[in-house]
Design a protein around this ligand. Structure first.
Ligand SMILES: O=C(CO)COP(=O)(O)O
Length: 250
């Protein structure tokens, strides 16, 4: 089946009220490919601002993280129900910056993913290897272990609420994009794994995004690959070229 192209903008810990309003204005005024599903993920403080300013069709707002407990004494955290209550229906989870800097394990990420889905929030679930793991020939094994931890917690229709983002850590924010072949190879391995361990339908239908130094120039070639169904964009999502990335297939 044809998978709808998906582009996420992960603003990370960047932006102000003014700059976020200006990015949203840019999206509202741009001519965006109507065959693309877009989410923008500003810092939590600005989720509602972005939502209230957004008028572009096919663009939604996503959180960058959510906690897996329903409520209570978890200082600094935000629950799935609170996202929903604020009109937010997407979250990124398992970004490598949260895994490496904030110590989130495969199991923690899987538990959060399950909690988000159960609460009605869709997930851009991230995976990817470090440079050391790639150089040690362990890329596919690392990604498969991350997937296995996820598959231990989610099942059946949960997969309809998951978009997978493959983000090699060595390509994030470094300007060092994976080659088209390197990206396609891992995307294909992810799809094969889904087919073997989950189901043919999930393998066919799950969008697999590439993330890591995607920009307005390299996006078109990457987008042509058969297993690359979109992008998760960091730095370039804060710039006007984000529009070119959304329109990669035009
Ligand atoms: O981490 C990323 C998106 O989640 C990628 O970041 P860059 O596009 O800045 O490399």
């Amino acid at each position: 089946m044809a998978r709808k192209f998906f582009v996420g903008g992960n603003f990370k810990m960047n932006g102000t009220k003014e700059s976020i309003k200006s990015i949203v204005k840019g999206l509202n005024e741009a001519k965006l490919d109507s065959n693309v599903e877009v989410v923008i993920a500003p810092p939590a403080l600005y989720l509602q601002l972005a939502s209230s300013e957004l008028t572009a069709a096919n663009v939604e707002v996503s959180a960058q993280n959510v906690y897996d407990k329903p409520n209570g004494a978890y200082t600094g955290e935000i629950s799935v129900a609170q996202l929903k209550d604020s009109g937010i229906h997407w979250t990124i989870l398992g970004h490598s910056e949260r895994r490496t800097i904030l110590g989130e394990t495969d199991d923690v990420v899987a538990a959060k993913t399950k909690a988000a889905i159960d609460g009605g929030v869709s997930v851009v679930w991230c995976c990817g290897e470090s440079l050391e793991e790639r150089e040690g020939g362990r890329t596919v094994a690392v990604v498969e272990a991350q997937l296995a931890a996820l598959a231990a917690k989610v099942s059946g229709a949960d997969w309809n609420k998951i978009v997978v983002a493959y983000e090699p850590i060595w390509a994030i924010g470094t300007g060092k994009v994976a080659t088209v072949q390197q990206a396609q190879e891992v995307h294909e391995a992810i799809r094969k794994w889904l087919k073997a361990k989950v189901s043919d339908a999930v393998a066919d239908e799950t969008r697999i995004l590439y993330g890591g130094s995607v920009n307005g120039k390299n996006c078109k070639d990457l987008a042509k690959e058969k297993d690359i169904d979109g992008f998760l964009v960091g730095g370039a999502s804060l710039k006007p070229e984000f529009i070119d990335i959304i329109n990669s297939n035009l």
